[in-house]
Design a protein around this ligand. Structure first.
Ligand code: FES
Ligand code: FES
Length: 165
């Protein structure tokens, strides 16, 4: 077992949005800060107690709150952030849904909310309104009152299903 002292730094590798990155971090560095320092500043910090979900990213296929993981724990992981969703300048249907249905105001919760919606729709392509609300219950928004976020996710679900059905 490799032991690392508190004042030592560790080399880690992360695959982010399909590209490989190497970083050298202190063991105590949170993944959210590592991602932001690598330039993925769409990943936000909204709290210090794991409630808000503004830091949500997809790691190895699961949605995670990147403020509750150490960067060293993510060594070798495959991570998708909001910056990796559009393809060749074309918005992902969830991004389009948030625009069309006015699912954001200040935009601070939006990257995390969209990544959670991405995970939700991957797990459950036809969610009911209740399932959508449950699915995003780890993501807080102070602006929208959630209604238009639910509409945005419904829009994305319909659009994504019409493509694949
Ligand atoms: S920053 Fe609030 S849950 Fe991660
Ligand atoms: S749009 Fe402002 S916090 Fe959600």
């Amino acid at each position: 077992m490799k032991v690392v002292n508190a004042n030592e730094k560790v080399s880690i590798k992360l695959r982010i949005n399909g590209k490989d990155y190497e970083d050298v971090v202190e063991p105590r560095k949170l993944l959210v800060h590592a991602l932001r320092d690598l330039g993925f500043t769409g990943v936000h910090v909204g709290c210090d107690s794991s409630n808000c979900g503004a830091c949500t990213v997809i790691m190895n296929g699961k949605s995670v709150k990147s403020c509750t993981l150490l960067a060293v724990e993510a060594n070798g992981a495959d991570i998708l952030t909001i910056e990796g969703l559009e393809k060749d300048g074309k918005l992902h249907p969830i991004q389009e849904g948030f625009w069309e249905k006015h699912g954001l105001q200040c935009g601070y919760c939006t990257p995390g909310m969209i990544m959670e919606a991405y995970f939700l729709l991957k797990e459950n392509p036809h969610p009911t309104e209740e399932e959508i609300r449950e699915g995003i219950s780890g993501n807080l928004c102070r602006c929208t009152g959630y209604q238009n976020i639910v509409e945005a996710i419904k829009y994305a679900s319909e659009k994504m299903n019409s493509k694949t059905d």
